[in-house]
Design a protein around this ligand. Structure first.
Ligand code: F6R
Length: 245
């Protein structure tokens, strides 16, 4: 595990963009693992800027997102598919058919289980993920692998923890239905990626970051599983790194 501490959130986004562009420019059929949430927004803005400046093309890129809420449509304002379209896919030359976000609209457990298995199979068929981008939850989750998730878990249905539902409430209008379940890649699926880049910014993340890097391997901090992955880079701003020894 390599830990990089940079002065600002902007520097974190630039570093991550350099890594993504490097994968795109060095692999024949680059496969990216992507995340949603506030943290990677600056990365996606930077990638769009580099595309507009003709520094990178996404024509050959295949992408797989980590997770999706269960029970809302793809076109729902708060779906992660909508998030990805708005922040990245609509502004670059990626083929939409090459972009994958778990299909989680159904509320039927059998349909969702099949969808999860198909998602794992699609990742395999694409040749596996070259670079997985991650954020980290306040409780140490990666994807929607909440505390107590098995390090061997694969794509599956997960119940969101109270702290995650509370943290994501800000994205939903007052009174709007907020999903409590998600379809998420597992920790085992994430660890299969050839390289992992976790971005964390801001003081609120400092405790989770410390537990991930300095804490014991523990299912109570799912991100600590990244200690097992040799090609993991953790890129932090000074606030997120502020509790590190
Ligand atoms: C998003 C995801 C989550 C977020 C995490 C941090 O696809 O999988 O693990 O990365 O909840 O979210 P932000 O960046 O909003 O603090």
């Amino acid at each position: 595990m390599q830990v990089i501490i940079l002065p600002s959130t902007h520097d974190v986004a630039l570093y991550a963009a350099d890594r993504v562009v490097d994968v795109i420019n060095t692999k024949t059929n680059p496969v990216l693992g992507l995340a949603t949430g506030s943290t990677p927004i600056a990365l996606y803005e930077e990638l769009v800027a580099r595309y507009q400046a003709k520094q990178v093309s996404f024509r050959q890129v295949i992408s797989f997102n980590l997770d999706e809420y269960i029970g809302i449509t793809d076109s729902h304002e708060q779906s992660y598919r909508t998030f990805m379209n708005q922040h990245l896919f609509d502004h670059i030359d990626i083929a939409k058919s090459n972009t994958h976000v778990p299909l989680a609209e159904s509320k039927d457990a059998i349909v969702l289980k099949k969808s999860a298995q198909d998602y794992e199979a699609s990742i395999q068929q694409a040749g596996g993920i070259d670079l997985q981008i991650l954020g980290i939850g306040l409780n140490g989750h990666i994807g929607f692998n909440e505390p107590t998730s098995s390090f061997a878990s694969r794509t599956r249905i997960k119940t969101l923890s109270e702290s995650t539902v509370a943290a994501n409430k800000r994205f939903f209008k007052a009174g709007e239905y907020q999903p409590q379940l998600a379809l998420t890649m597992g920790i085992g699926s994430i660890l299969d990626s050839r390289a992992v880049l976790l971005m964390a910014t801001g003081k609120a993340k400092a405790e989770a970051v410390k537990a991930m890097i300095e804490g014991p391997l523990s299912a109570m901090c799912p991100a600590s599983a990244l200690q097992l992955h040799e090609a993991t880079t953790i890129v932090l701003d000074e606030d997120a790194a502020s509790l590190l020894a």
